[in-house]
Design a protein around this ligand. Structure first.
Ligand code: PBG
Length: 306
């Protein structure tokens, strides 16, 4: 057991809450033998960039690059991420050690104007920076206006409170971790509002060759979440969508069977392709890849180019 574990995290309130959660889990799992646990905040370029075009140009790695470097340099021993924000590929020397047990994967609808997207008055403005949420909303309600809404969860809720937008959609997992679950007006059914790959799961990355850290993490990691995430991430990897492609993917275990629901959409919601697939959990990666290939065959050429 290492004498000390430095837990790297971004500095947003959600990231800090997740790092604190990991720290508590480690403390509880190791009891009196627990190493000294220190949270180390790392500033990432994604936190500094408020402009969506720039953020898109940088891709998802924007939120993880500095954490990766800190791990590689040995400034931290593990890094805590929202699985949803992890890019498909990590630098060579790093790996996903695993995931904490997954939270509720669903999206939460938040609005005082209507308790469901279908009931919102025509032409209402919904704030979201997520292409997936925007495309799924427009699929249901092409008349709605989407307002780009960057910033952390609190910023978004403040814009809603000031009436700058009529509704927003956020992951219930994030709201729960921030103690804000009571803001949710309703939880959207994951079967027709398919969550993002990784939504609701906290991932831990570490150096690939760091056996003591990996061993210290083992008791807090959840294998069922690992199976579901391996499937979802295989889907994403084969789809290889640009960061401008709306993609939903949700896998879950029921007994020994693994189920996967996946969707790709045009950003304006005018066209979408969805699939559902099941199989033994040992085939997690194959199932994800198979679903992705099916979607690629059905969609017209260039669909994923955005
Ligand atoms: N991209 C931002 C982000 N990354 C993870 C979460 C929520 C927590 C989760 O999905 O695990 C959020 C905010 C949101 O989508 O509402």
């Amino acid at each position: 057991m290492p004498a000390q574990l430095r837990i790297g995290t971004r500095g947003s309130p959600l990231a800090l809450a997740q790092a604190e959660h990991v720290k508590q889990r480690l403390a509880a799992a190791h009891g009196a033998q627990a190493p000294e646990l220190d949270i180390v905040v790392i500033k990432t370029s994604g936190d500094l960039i408020q402009d969506r075009a720039l953020a898109e140009a940088g891709g998802k790695g924007l939120f993880t690059k500095e954490l990766d470097s800190a791990l590689e340099r040995g400034d931290i021993d593990l890094a805590v991420h929202s699985a949803k924000d992890l890019p498909t590929f990590l630098p060579q020397g790093l790996e996903i050690s695993g995931y904490l047990p997954r939270e509720d994967v669903r999206d939460a609808w938040i609005s005082e104007k209507a308790d469901d997207p279908r009931a919102l008055p025509p032409g209402s403005v919904v704030g979201t920076a997520s292409l997936r949420r925007s495309a799924m909303l427009l699929r249901l309600r092409p008349d709605l206006a989407i307002s780009l809404l960057r910033g952390n969860v609190e910023t978004r809720l403040a814009k809603l409170a000031r009436g700058e937008i009529d509704a927003t959609i956020l992951a219930i997992a994030g709201l729960k971790r921030l103690g804000l679950a009571d803001r949710a007006t309703r939880l959207l059914d994951a079967a027709d509002f398919i969550p993002a790959v990784g939504q609701g799961a906290i991932a831990i990355t570490a150096r690939r060759d760091d056996a003591p850290v990996t061993a210290a993490l083992r008791p807090i990691l959840d294998s069922a979440t690992g199976v579901a995430l391996a499937c979802e991430r295989a889907l994403l990897q084969v789809l290889d969508g640009s960061c401008r492609t709306p993609i939903g993917g949700h896998a879950w275990l029921a007994g020994d069977a693994l189920h996967l629901r996946a969707i790709i959409l045009r950003p304006d919601g005018s066209e979408s392709f969805a699939t559902e697939i099941s199989g033994p959990h040992a085939d997690a990666i194959n199932l994800g890849e198979k679903a992705a290939r099916e979607l690629l065959v059905r969609a017209p050429p260039g669909f994923l180019a955005g």
